[in-house]
Design a protein around this ligand. Structure first.
Ligand SMILES: [Zn+2]
Length: 507
């Protein structure tokens, strides 16, 4: 009797557990209702603030970033998320800004004028150096090409090539950095560069960018010098040199320079909001968008409505939808970290910092869904009106064979065109390496990246809220939400069974 009773009891308990477990597992069918709470109106309400003039283009480690951060935290609180970093809403990291305090250059006893005869950038390092000789290098001549010019430990005078027509002017490859890098590799101590901009006696208008360099990385100093200043070294050879016909040679001269700058340490913040899961709360899904942008140049603001105001406010709307589901007993099984990162435009700094200092173990992080620009239509899709409901989906073919299936399920009712063209390893834009998801992927975390393509207002002051297609953006955000829902609720974490694509050499 007793035994029988016990067996019955056990059976009943067993049945009850099964019932409870089934009820606790939200199905993708139930998600549609919550996806609908991600509306064009809500996205617009947030984005109008995030991409407003008051946020000043949200450049990393500027007041604009801090204002945007404050808004995001306020919204995460209002939504009902928990602080995601051990009781804090922020995860901070240092950035460094250099400003020139003094630069002098003296050639054969005469002092040159800063910004008239020579200029110096904050790529330099504090130093004072003197030389009794200058090595003139002609990178086109056979002496140089055959390695017959010794620049080791010496001061070099060199002319950089004029940027090719249509090459975008004085970018990294058109500027002095390339030629200086080559000379540094050969051991040069310092470089005087001919052919660069000097600035006509005016202090250059700084771009407004936080000029940041890695304090651990030591380069060599270089100054751009005018043809007139170089003539004091070249003498009668100046005209031949300008014509490109002067052979590499040593020149006796006395040159002194000094360079001093001060470095200010600034702080930037990732913003982390957390929603605890139910029966799998020790496994995590991370949803990201970068809230920083490229700031302003004087009075001209780069609003960054699409890049990446659209991702930032989508992260908030996804969070709100999940919190609502949880309040109605359909909370995600896995915990979800909603994180807006900074420093993206500077070089994926915020996500790199999180990747190296994860608050939640990356081996327990089932996936990262990253949103960077989902509010516009690119030039490719602009021309084909009938398939305008699209998003570029990147990363499906990498790291996990579960990813494509998850996206197909999430897209079942939305029927969006999931364009995978940027998965092509030969694609020149190298999108897979260019946004924050890469800092998860490189640690083995499967990722999906959502992106609308490159449009004509990309990184321009004209990337404004009035150009955002909110209906389209809401659909894309709903796709990310439904994908997040499926990943957070499925029985197993996404398996990690495919290799990370090889890193390309340059970003
Ligand atoms: Zn971006």
């Amino acid at each position: 009797m007793k035994t029988t009773m016990n067996v019955k009891h056990v059976l009943l308990v067993g049945l009850c557990l099964c019932g409870t477990a089934a009820m606790a597992q939200p199905t993708l069918k139930q998600a549609g209702k919550y996806a609908q709470t991600i509306t064009p109106a809500d996205l617009k309400k947030h984005l109008t603030i995030v991409a407003s003039a008051e946020m000043e283009g949200r450049e990393t480690a500027t007041p604009g970033e801090y204002k945007a951060a404050a808004y995001i935290i306020e919204q995460m609180k209002a939504i009902g998320l928990q602080p995601g970093n051990n009781g804090q809403w922020t995860q901070s990291y240092n950035v460094y800004r250099d400003s020139l305090t003094e630069a002098s250059l003296e050639v054969n006893g005469s002092k040159l004028n800063l910004y008239k005869d020579f200029s110096a950038t904050t790529a330099n390092y504090n130093s004072h150096m003197s030389f009794g000789e200058v090595v003139y290098v002609n990178m086109e001549d056979s002496l140089w090409k055959n390695n017959k010019v010794d620049v080791s430990g010496r001061l070099v005078l060199v002319r950089m090539k004029a940027p090719a027509a249509g090459a975008g002017g004085r970018g990294f490859f058109g500027g002095p950095a390339m030629v200086v890098g080559q000379l540094q590799a050969k051991g040069a101590a310092a470089v005087l560069v001919l052919g660069d901009r000097i600035n006509d006696g005016k202090e250059p208008v700084m771009s407004g960018m936080t000029v940041v360099k890695d304090p651990a990385r030591q380069g060599i100093n270089f100054f751009s010098v005018s043809d007139a200043a170089a003539a004091q070294l070249l003498g009668a050879d100046a005209a031949t040199e300008k014509g490109g016909k002067l052979q590499s040679k040593n020149i006796k001269a006395s040159v002194h320079f000094s360079y001093h700058e001060k470095q200010i340490t600034l702080v930037s913040n990732n913003i982390l909001g957390f929603l605890e899961g139910t029966d799998k709360k020790d496994e995590f899904l991370v949803v990201t968008g970068h809230y920083d942008h490229i700031g302003r140049r004087g009075d001209i603001i780069n609003y960054g409505a699409d890049d990446d105001g659209s991702g930032t406010v989508s992260v908030l709307e996804l969070a709100e939808a999940f919190v609502k589901a949880k309040a109605e007993g359909k909370g995600p099984r896995r915990s979800i970290l909603f994180m807006t990162v900074s420093g993206e435009e500077k070089g994926l700094w915020g996500s790199a910092h999180y990747g190296n200092n994860p608050v939640y173990p990356l081996e327990k992080t089932t996936a990262n869904l990253n949103i960077d620009m989902i509010g516009r239509t690119d030039t490719v899709y602009e021309s084909k009106k009938d398939s305008a409901l699209y998003v570029y989906l990147v990363g499906e073919d990498k790291l996990s064979s579960d990813l494509p299936g998850v996206s197909v399920l999430a897209n079942k009712n939305l029927k969006m065109v999931l364009d995978g063209r940027y998965n092509d390893p030969l694609d020149k834009s190298r999108i897979y390496f260019r946004s924050d998801h890469y800092n998860f992927a490189k640690h083995g975390v499967p990722i999906l990246f959502y992106f609308d393509g490159i449009h004509r207002d990309y990184h321009r002051p004209t990337d404004t809220v009035d150009k955002i297609e909110f209906e389209l953006m809401a659909k894309r955000a709903q796709l990310v939400f439904l994908t997040a829902w499926e990943i957070a609720n499925r029985n197993e974490m996404l398996k990690r069974d495919k290799p990370l694509p090889a890193t390309a050499l340059t970003r």
